[in-house]
Design a protein around this ligand. Structure first.
Ligand SMILES: O=C(O)CCC(=O)C(=O)O
Length: 269
């Protein structure tokens, strides 16, 4: 199976409309050139990650124009698109009284959609916890290759990476690959790379991390998107600029790694 991780860079100058157009063209070029089965984009690349005060105006429902554009792109290209996340406007306020969520969207080549709402909100009282509802559901999506292979992918977003219990629940739900879109700042990028490898080793799963590059809302992003094998081997790692990682991987490596070194069978809780 082949995947392409697109580490998008952006600043504060580009309009959201221009960015959606630019990134869609970028995805088209990557698919034309490399024919990946799965393309991954970062967290909140369209509504501008850390620009919290614009989220309200940028929010769209799950059946809004951004999701429609991403669905059209996936079906046009015949590849599964993990479109990263967007600010979703919920139909009704959630338990915290908020009507927005940070929602990731996966679209298959046939246009089937899976959505995941970020469970762990980042901001310690401001930003996400103040503005967004928290997701409650552990979500996996099936990704099929052009050759007919199939793998279950666990969905999480950025700060979720710090909470290993979420990934154990994804393992219990059948996940063999974890895909993590992010807008992870440069200040803590060492945590990002370390935690990604830790999740791969402890859960014996592929980890696909797609971060943001550039500086927006006075926050420098960390880049260093990476793809990790279930053994902990780093299969590819980006630098700090806009970049694409194309990686071929064999989903069967998860089962063989878990069979050959069966630590997950020794869990006690
Ligand atoms: O946990 C971190 O250090 C960064 C998390 C973050 O930026 C986010 O979830 O948006």
């Amino acid at each position: 199976m082949r995947l392409a991780v697109i580490q998008v860079a952006y600043g504060d100058d580009e309009t959201v409309t221009d960015r959606v157009e630019r990134v869609s063209a970028f995805v088209r070029d990557v698919v034309d050139e490399s024919r990946p089965d799965l393309v991954v984009l970062p967290e909140l690349w369209a509504p501008t990650g850390f620009d919290y005060h614009r989220w309200e105006e940028a929010a769209e429902p799950l059946d809004g124009p951004w999701a429609a554009a991403m669905t059209a792109l996936a079906t046009e290209l015949g590849a599964t698109l993990h479109a990263g996340s967007f600010i979703e406007r919920l139909a009704a306020p959630g338990p915290d009284g908020r009507t927005l969520a940070n929602t990731s969207l996966v679209v298959t080549a046939e246009g089937g959609r899976t959505a995941y709402r970020k469970i762990h909100r980042f901001g310690f009282g401001s930003g996400e916890p103040k503005l967004l509802e928290a997701g409650t559901d552990v979500v996996t999506a099936e990704v099929r290759s052009r050759a007919g292979e199939s793998v279950a992918v666990g969905l999480s977003t950025c700060y979720d990476l710090r909470f290993p219990e979420l990934y154990r629940q994804q393992v219990d739900a059948g996940a063999e690959v974890f895909v993590v879109p992010a807008a992870w700042p440069a200040a803590r990028v060492a945590h990002w790379t370390l935690l990604g490898r830790a999740r791969a080793v402890e859960d014996q799963a592929f980890v696909v991390q797609c971060n943001t590059a550039g500086t927006h809302a006075r926050t420098e992003m960390g880049g260093h998107s990476q793809v990790i094998a279930p053994t902990g081997e780093v299969l590819a790692e980006a630098g700090t600029d806009e970049e694409v990682l194309v990686v071929d991987f064999d989903p069967a490596l998860v089962k063989s790694t878990r069979a050959n070194f069966p630590v997950l069978a020794d869990r006690r809780l």
